[in-house]
Ligand binder design. Structure first.
Ligand SMILES: *Cc1c(COP(=O)(O)O)cnc(C)c1O
Length: 732
């Protein structure tokens, strides 16, 4: 490793990783290093524009990763840039914006300065912050990422705990027959915007986590996310046996034994890491049950430090713990065989002064029922005084689902509330749309994004302006799809003719639907193909053509989900749909951003009420996109039917029958044929679809103010974090 020169070390206050990169940069370009190492650049469009201008093709091949870009940049290009006046001026400008952001006194500090103490630690198995850091699988990760970005914007005292999944989740490739093939990343910390965490003494931090009879050693990587930090644990160290060394390779893969060790690492290792860093954490927010073992470690710590009994320590931990449940799908609520739990946590029972049997009871809905597996959700709920679902409907469903934990309470008295999810506007808003909003919304709309009246001003945007921009974004999407399809086809050696044909795929004028999310079976990716003749008629109409763009990965072990991927891939290749169906492989945030900016309609058809919230449908509304969705997740709260989008079917729950699938499919076709398609093709003067544009404005005026992540984190703060911080248990 090359050392930074003394002069630079003096002027450069970053981490060792930053210093290494800085040592290879001309002085004039040093601000680039500072920019690259704070993920602020993922939500301020000026930074990516600057990085892209350095080397457009390297920017693309590194998946828009500035650290990789800068480390691969040839010396000649660096010297050239160091002498390029306009580039340096742009660099100074963006650097000034970053510094201004980091130095400003944010909302939280203005309001709560001196009124709270300590930090909330947020635990999540996955974080989706950017496509170049693929340590996430889907919505749970996107939510965690957006949560942190808003926490940074508003200045909340939050610190994140997660895992550095060196091989990521899965890279999806679709082979010629349409089957999903899984490939895995080999992420290198040196080419990512993260730095090894150090203890107070300045040495690289090492955490020792008791896992069964072994001790697993972990280090941690710090990600700077604006004003907040997320620490990712990593066991890939020579100190560990091969089995434990591989523990942090892949997200959501491996057998039950691997999974429980991963969750021990996240919960218990995560807590030990926070202690090792010396951070003043006084409350925890468990994003899903994966990290629930954290509460056991905290109870044990309190018992030791304050010499209190299990019950008193558990009460103190519960009063400073917030738990968010994310899924009404049973498989999403992790359970473990009690033998496995007993094997790994027997030592904990001893530390907690309880019998192994009592420890197992903490993870059961009915403690007496020895046949019940150990559930992470019951464990998390028992040790958290504040718990919530992620939409109003999901709160209701969760109260019913977990009522057994409170046998003496009526369903509506079960202590699980809800905070509806939201999306981070700056992450999901196309820069050109941001410019348009700047013109018509009040100057401080970003700070007041959770106020309904701010967005009413969107109705003042002239129809022509909104429509022209929409067509421009849709054309960008079509270009993006063509480019991706060419790459996809080249990869599996398709004929030149087919590759060339991809260059004219899709019609930028046609009504365009988007469907992109994980291919979990309950989301029913193939529902729109239930009646092949009917969907063929709809898609291939000569006068009113419709096209659908699909994207989404199935879990590598989910054969049903993979069958859905294959079915969509085959429809995309089928001549019967005349190229009106497209499947983009390897769904990630970059694809999502293009889709949500350019589609006319976002389609969502889960089996109600299995979609806890769903957030993808919130993103197109920032550009005037319209939702066509089952009344599930957030949509019952957002939908004004026929005004800002459409509901598919009624608010009846799906009963699991095939008839219910058929009923939903019929409702979907009906809405397309009677409402969506006629409205889109109802053109007035200048070929403008006046009524459609009115719906676009309604979508823009009504959805973003209620479903942004600033509103969401403010709710977490005022309803949950402040009381949890106030009680200050666990503080040393
Ligand atoms: C928004 C988003 C999701 C979440 O989609 P749901 O509709 O909640 O399932 C998943 N993956 C990516 C890449 C996203 O951007």
């Amino acid at each position: 490793m090359r050392k930074a020169t003394p002069k630079r070390a003096a002027s450069f206050s970053g981490s060792a990783e930053q210093a290494t990169l800085a040592a290879r940069m001309p002085d004039q370009l040093l601000p680039l290093v500072e920019l690259a190492y704070n993920l602020w650049w993922t939500w301020d469009p000026r930074a990516p524009a600057l990085f892209g201008s350095i080397d457009e093709s390297l920017w693309e091949t590194t998946e828009h990763n500035p650290v990789a870009l800068l480390s691969k940049l040839p010396a000649g290009r660096k010297n050239q840039l160091a002498a390029e006046g306009p580039f340096l001026a742009a660099l100074r400008d963006v650097h000034r914006c970053q510094r201004a952001y980091l130095r400003a006194r944010p909302w939280f500090r203005q309001r709560y300065a001196g009124k709270t103490r300590g930090l909330v630690a947020y635990f999540s198995m996955e974080y989706a912050l950017h496509e170049s850091l693929p340590v996430f699988a889907g919505g749970l990760g996107v939510l965690a990422g957006d949560h942190f970005k808003s926490a940074s914007d508003l200045g909340l005292p939050l610190v994140g705990v997660g895992i550095f999944w060196r091989q990521g989740y899965t890279r999806q490739h679709i082979d010629e027959s349409g089957e999903q093939r899984d490939a895995y990343d080999k992420l290198s910390p040196a080419s990512l915007p993260m730095s090894e965490a150090r203890s107070k003494s300045g040495r690289p931090l090492r955490i020792r986590v008791p896992v069964g009879g072994d001790t697993v050693v972990a280090r941690a990587w710090r990600l700077a996310v604006g004003r907040t930090d997320i620490y990712l644990l990593d066991t890939n160290l020579p100190d560990n046996s091969p089995k434990h060394r591989k523990l942090t390779d892949r997200l959501y893969s491996g057998d039950r034994d691997t999974r429980i060790r991963q969750e021990i690492l996240l919960g218990i290792g995560g807590w030990k890491m926070l202690r090792g860093l010396g951070l003043p954490v006084t409350a925890c927010h468990l994003n899903e049950g994966h990290a629930a073992f954290c509460s056991l470690e905290r109870v044990a710590e309190l018992m030791r430090d304050q010499r209190c009994d299990f019950a008193a320590a558990a009460a103190a931990v519960a009063s400073s713990t917030v738990f968010t449940t994310h899924t009404p799908v049973p498989a999403g609520n992790e359970t473990f065989d009690t033998k496995l739990v007993d094997h790994y946590l027997r030592g904990y029972a001893r530390r907690l002064g309880i019998k192994p049997r009592q420890l197992l009871e903490l993870g059961r809905i009915d403690p007496e029922d020895a046949s019940e597996d150990f559930g992470m959700t019951p464990l998390a709920l028992r040790l958290a005084n504040r718990a919530n679902g992620v939409a109003a409907l999901h709160g209701q469903v969760s109260r019913k689902m977990w009522q057994g934990l409170w046998p003496n309470r009526k369903v509506d008295r079960v202590p699980i509330g809800h905070i509806t999810n939201g999306v981070h506007l700056r992450t999901w808003l196309h820069p050109k749309m941001a410019d348009l909003l700047n013109e018509f919304l009040p100057a401080d709309w970003d700070q007041r994004q959770d106020q309904a009246r701010v967005w009413q001003k969107a109705k003042d945007i002239p129809a022509r302006r909104l429509w022209d921009l929409h067509l421009e974004l849709k054309a960008e999407l079509v270009e993006f799809v063509r480019h991706r399809m060419r790459l996809q086809l080249q990869r599996y050696g398709a004929s030149q003719r087919r590759i060339a044909a991809a260059g004219s795929a899709l019609d930028p004028e046609a009504l365009t639907l988007g469907f992109a999310r994980r291919f979990a079976p309950y989301k029913r990716a193939t529902l729109v193909f239930s009646d092949l003749k009917r969907i063929q008629r709809i898609l291939t109409s000569a006068r009113k053509p419709v096209q659908i763009i699909f994207a989404g990965k199935a879990h590598p072990a989910d054969t049903d989900g993979k069958a859905l991927v294959a079915a969509i891939a085959r429809h995309a290749n089928s001549r019967r749909f005349k190229g009106r169906v497209v499947f983009l492989e390897d769904y990630t945030m970059d694809i999502a951003a293009h889709l949500v900016a350019g589609v006319d309609v976002w389609l969502n058809n889960p089996r109600r009420p299995q979609e806890a919230s769903g957030t993808s449908g919130m993103k197109p509304t920032l550009h005037g996109g319209l939702n066509l969705s089952i009344l599930d997740g957030w949509w019952p709260e957002g939908c004004i039917d026929g005004v800002n989008g459409w509901a598919i079917g009624s608010d009846r729950d799906h009963d699991g029958s095939e008839e219910a699938d058929r009923r939903d499919a019929r409702a979907l076709y009906q809405r397309l044929e009677r409402d969506v398609i006629p409205l889109y093709y109802d053109r007035g003067r200048g070929n403008l679809p006046g009524k459609w544009i009115r719906c676009m404005k309604q979508s823009l005026a009504t959805v973003p103010p209620a479903f942004n992540s600033h509103r969401m984190v403010k709710e977490y703060l005022t309803r949950y974090y402040l009381p949890a911080l106030g009680s200050k248990p666990g503080r040393r």
